[in-house]
Design a protein around this ligand. Structure first.
Ligand code: FE
Length: 196
């Protein structure tokens, strides 16, 4: 059985950028539902003893395993999203080799933020935007629905959930404002550094 990972901060800690109410629904209802569905789907099957990562890599692009993939990937993606965030007062900035790689890949940190916003806003419908490492290069990608860079041979460094449930209570239709608030105020660059 998989268990819900605890948030690495209290639910009001990301205000005013993400409200406690949004976090309580997002973690306590949406993330929990993916986890409950996954447990129902794997119990008594060959997947029961596998890790989340093993399940995701083994079920991607297999239509008969789509339900398991979708729920496993959403559990993984949400775990990764919570780790990508930290309270604004303690938020960090990229430095050292990671900053140098961002500048080499995107021109400047400001250009990286602009490009990330553009990609994240342009995800049509539900999905995710990611900073990933492919070999020695940094890239910005978007994934639809539950899809995840983990299943595509890419190493995720940071993410933003752009499903409506991530922002609708706080931002309604203003997805761009949510993305800007997260990447400028809440991203945990120390977590990115630890994946780099
Ligand atoms: Fe979500």
């Amino acid at each position: 059985m998989f268990t819900l990972s605890a948030l690495p901060f209290v639910s009001g800690a990301l205000e005013p950028h993400i409200s406690a109410r949004t976090l309580e629904f997002h973690h306590g209802k949406h993330h929990q539902a993916y986890l409950d569905n996954l447990n129902k789907l794997v119990t008594g099957t060959e997947w029961e003893a596998k890790s989340l990562e093993e399940i995701i890599r083994a079920t991607v692009d297999r239509s008969e395993q789509a339900a398991i993939f979708n729920n496993a990937a959403q559990v993984y993606n949400h775990n990764f999203f919570w780790l990508s965030l930290r309270p604004a007062a303690t938020a960090s900035a990229p430095s050292g080799a990671l900053l140098a790689a961002l500048e080499a890949s995107f021109g400047s940190l400001e250009a990286f933020y602009e490009e990330f916003k553009k990609v994240a806003v342009s995800q049509f419908g539900s999905g995710w935007a990611w900073l990933v490492k492919e070999g020695e290069t940094l890239k910005i990608i978007k994934t639809a629905n539950a899809d995840t860079p983990l299943a595509r041979g890419l190493k995720p460094l940071l993410t933003v959930d752009v499903w409506e449930h991530a922002y609708y209570l706080d931002y309604q239709n203003r997805r761009a404002d949510f993305i800007e608030a997260v990447i400028k105020n809440l991203w945990n660059w120390e977590f990115a550094q630890s994946n780099f």
